[in-house]
Design a protein around this ligand. Structure first.
Ligand code: ADP
Ligand code: MG
Length: 467
């Protein structure tokens, strides 16, 4: 349980730093299997994911774990069936869907085979018709309030009667305000009610990637066949289609085929159709031809309700002051709000603490006032000044204790305030080896929790930097 929520917190943060497509492909279905010594064992569903997590994403995972108080040094991935998404049994059709879809099955089958090199577990056609859906997103766990209620109502109407009203539905708005959540909730609801419905959710990045693959493998007919036989096609973040002419052309035809057959199309974007640059006019007018809804950042009360709901999902009841603190300080992006909450809960859980206002503000308080122009040099100068040592010493070779500690504090500050990489931190302080920076940051992080004087020094330096 503890491992689960730790991993959820880690994933929550990683989700913020990689693209949605990458997150879904590489991280979404992973889970933490074991911590043994310095090694973290992560369960993943196939060899491709193993290679990516152990290779390209190794540092990112380790670093994020460290932020959550787990000083792991190595990631090992195990291919484990537990890592595959748990599909509700009722959704799993026993065989290929029969009836009206038989005529198209061959095309789909070929593409399903292609897909299986990406996702080895797509072992039944019915399964692949749920492609891209994540059961985590439902209408029930979406908090409705000012800013999202119209979008919510339209999505519910569509889930009740796909293809009849609002077609296409075009949801647009800023980052992290619940577009994907609602799109997914529509897909999950329709798929839950009708096991044979072909509900396809795809991020535009992935859509483009598949199209490029199909072009390369000369399988565009399969690609077209697969998407044109959907009952519900959900395309997320369509702004990424901008400037990709061939893809736009292909999508235009897919759109028309589905629309003419009264199949439901749902699209999201960060801007209204008229403002997506280099979008072909004919697509623009198709997108605008149904219902367009502008989603706004949820208001304060709704944000409070979201924090409470998410905390309840972790079986935690938060004091009102903590809820209000989060909802006040993170206003525009619900993903960040959720990330902050996860960080707080994981921090407290690892240490057996009750979440409180003071923990929340010391964990999350700094970022909000960070001026954009703050530089590494200013931080180092301020730290040296605080400890009354010359700058040449702090960046120089001396190893006396009264120089080493300020240097470590400076490294810690470069990390916490500017989020610099460890090699960069090392360079800023005239060190060659970035492991020194890792150890210093780690040490100060730990010691500042125990040592009130050190905490005071850090907060005084920060005060000077920010005031
Ligand atoms: P977008 O697609 O607009 O960038 P997401 O749908 O991915 O945003 O939302 C980001 C995170 O915030 C998700 O984890 C989502 O579940 C959560 N979220 C956003 N709005 C709400 C809401 N009204 N109720 C509950 N969770 C929400
Ligand atoms: Mg999204």
């Amino acid at each position: 349980m503890q491992q689960d929520s730790l991993w959820q917190a880690v994933l929550g943060e990683i989700e913020l730093s990689v693209s949605r497509g990458n997150f879904i492909t590489w991280f979404k279905n992973s889970r933490l299997l074991k911590q043994s010594g310095d090694t973290i064992v992560v369960g993943v569903s196939n060899i491709f994911i193993k290679q990516q997590l152990e290779g390209k994403y190794n540092d990112l995972i380790l670093e994020t774990l460290r932020k959550h108080g787990v000083p792991a040094k190595q990631i090992t991935c195990k291919i484990s069936s537990l890592a595959t998404p748990a599909k509700p049994v009722k959704d799993e059709a026993p065989d290929a869907p029969g009836g009206q879809s038989t005529g198209n099955d061959s095309g789909q089958q070929t593409l399903t085979t292609n897909r299986s090199t990406r996702a080895i577990n797509s072992n039944s056609l019915a399964h692949s018709y749920r492609q891209g859906l994540n059961e985590r997103y439902t209408f029930d766990n979406f908090v409705v309030g000012d800013g999202n209620e119209l979008a919510f109502a339209a999505c519910q109407a569509i889930a009740g009667q796909p293809g009849i009203k609002y077609n296409p539905l075009f949801l647009y708005g800023g980052v992290g305000i619940g577009k994907t959540h609602l799109l997914q909730a529509v897909g999950n609801t329709i798929a839950g009610k009708d096991p044979n419905a072909k509900v396809l959710y795809i991020s535009t990045e992935q859509f483009v990637q598949e199209f490029v693959d199909a072009l390369r493998l000369r399988k565009t007919a399969d690609f077209a066949g697969y998407y044109r036989t959907a009952d519900v096609l959900i395309v997320d973040d369509v702004q990424f289609i901008a400037g990709k002419d061939k893809m736009q052309e292909e999508f235009f035809h897919t759109f028309n085929a589905l629309h003419q057959a009264n199949k439901q199309i749902i699209i999201s974007s960060d801007k209204p159709p008229g403002e997506i640059p280099t979008l072909e006019d004919r697509l623009r007018s198709r997108f605008a031809g149904g219902m367009s809804i502008d989603m706004q950042t949820p208001d304060y009360e709704t944000r409070c309700a979201i924090v409470q709901t998410k905390a309840q999902d972790h079986n935690v009841v938060l004091e009102p002051a903590v809820v209000e603190y989060l909802a006040t300080n993170i206003q525009t992006n619900i993903r960040e709000l959720e990330g902050a909450l996860n960080q707080l809960l994981a921090f407290c859980e690892m240490r057996g603490l009750e979440p409180s206002l003071s923990i929340a503000s010391s964990l999350l308080g700094v970022n909000k006032t960070r001026p954009k122009h703050l530089s590494a040099k200013q931080i180092i100068e301020r730290t040296a000044k605080h400890f009354q040592i010359p700058i040449e010493d702090i960046v120089g070779p001396k190893r006396d204790k009264d120089i080493v500690v300020p240097r470590q504090v400076a490294m810690y500050m470069l990390r916490s305030e500017l989020h610099l990489s460890f090699p960069k931190i090392a360079r800023e302080l005239g060190r060659k080896d970035h492991t020194t920076a890792i150890h210093s940051v780690d040490k100060i992080e730990k010691e500042s929790r125990l040592d009130p004087n050190l905490r005071m020094a850090i907060s005084q330096i920060k005060e000077h930097l920010y005031v």
